[in-house]
Structure formats: structure tokens, C-alpha cells
Design a protein around this ligand. Structure first.
Ligand SMILES: Nc1nc2c(c(=O)[nH]1)N=C([C@H](O)[C@H](O)COP(=O)(O)OP(=O)(O)OP(=O)(O)O)CN2
Length: 132
């Protein structure tokens, strides 16, 4: 199995509902390092999994509506706790759809698996991985 990873980051604000979150129930900020790992069992004729430029451009397109935003005010996240884990799932859904739609070229259509990993600090990160 081959893999190719591109990395970006977002700066967001959010708050959580639930006593378990303690002070994080108040509005606070976070900078997430976002890693998108594409997987495929074979390469294309150019020996690419997906083109790095296309992969990073489409990851950026998916992250842009979240970047420098208060996620509490974004309709797409209404009623959701935008935990690190939940944001992984959200980004996975959008990037997997882009692969299926051919937005990342023929290489993207051949992607069979995708892992999204968000680092919220040097001591904690979360990931979601699944088929495309
Ligand atoms: N599983 C998760 N747990 C927590 C998340 C998360 O995204 N997934 N996020 C937060 C907060 O946003 C923040 O990152 C940390 O807040 P903090 O209050 O410092 O959380 P801690 O659990 O480390 O500390 P306590 O104050 O002891 O709760 C929190 N958790």
C-alpha cells in the first residue's frame, strides 16, 4: 500500500457543551496542524498516487471555510461539539468526496483510503481513517 501525506493548518475559535470540558466550555482558540494521508494500492502511469499540488490545494479549499472562524457561528457545525475528533471526521468526509468526484484527478479516483490527523498541541492529537 502506498501513502502520500500533505499538511496544512487552521486557526479557529470554538466552545464546547458539556461539563466534561471544564474551562473549554468557554470560547477559546486553537491552531490545528492538519495532515491528510491518501492511500492506494497502486500508482498511476506517472508513478503518482495523487499529485501533491492538487492534494494540498484541495485540502486548503476544504479548510478555508473554517480558518480564522468561530466554529460556533458556522451553520455547518450548528449543534455540534467541534472536538478534534469531530473535525477529523468532517474533513475526511469532504476530502473523500473530492476524491470520488475526481477533483484530485485520476489519481484521486484510485485512492482507496484516507486518514485525517489533527494535532491540537504537542501532547494531543486525533485521527479518523476510513475508505474513500
Ligand atoms: N477528546 C477530546 N478532549 C478534549 C478536546 C477534544 O477536542 N477532544 N478539546 C478540549 C479543549 O478544546 C482544549 O483543547 C483543551 O482544554 P482543557 O480544558 O485544557 O482540557 P483538558 O482536558 O486538557 O484539561 P481539563 O481542564 O482538566 O479538562 C478538551 N478536551
Amino acid at each position: 500500500m502506498f501513502s502520500l501525506t500533505v499538511v496544512d493548518h487552521i486557526m479557529i475559535a470554538h466552545s464546547f457543551r458539556g461539563d466534561a470540558f471544564g474551562p473549554a466550555q468557554r470560547l477559546h482558540g486553537a491552531t490545528f496542524i492538519v495532515e491528510a494521508e491518501f492511500r492506494a494500492p497502486k500508482l498511476d502511469d506517472l508513478h503518482l498516487l495523487v499529485d501533491i499540488g492538487m492534494a494540498k490545494d484541495h485540502l486548503r479549499a476544504i479548510l478555508a471555510p473554517m480558518d480564522y472562524r468561530n466554529l460556533d457561528a458556522e451553520p455547518v457545525f450548528a449543534g455540534k461539539n467541534t472536538t478534534t475528533e469531530y473535525l477529523c471526521l468532517h474533513i475526511h468526509g469532504l476530502l473523500a468526496q473530492a476524491c470520488r468526484d475526481g477533483v484530485l484527478g485520476d489519481g484521486g479516483k484510485a485512492v482507496t483510503g484516507l486518514k485525517i490527523l489533527l494535532r491540537e498541541s504537542h501532547i494531543a492529537w486525533a485521527a479518523f481513517e476510513g475508505p474513500v
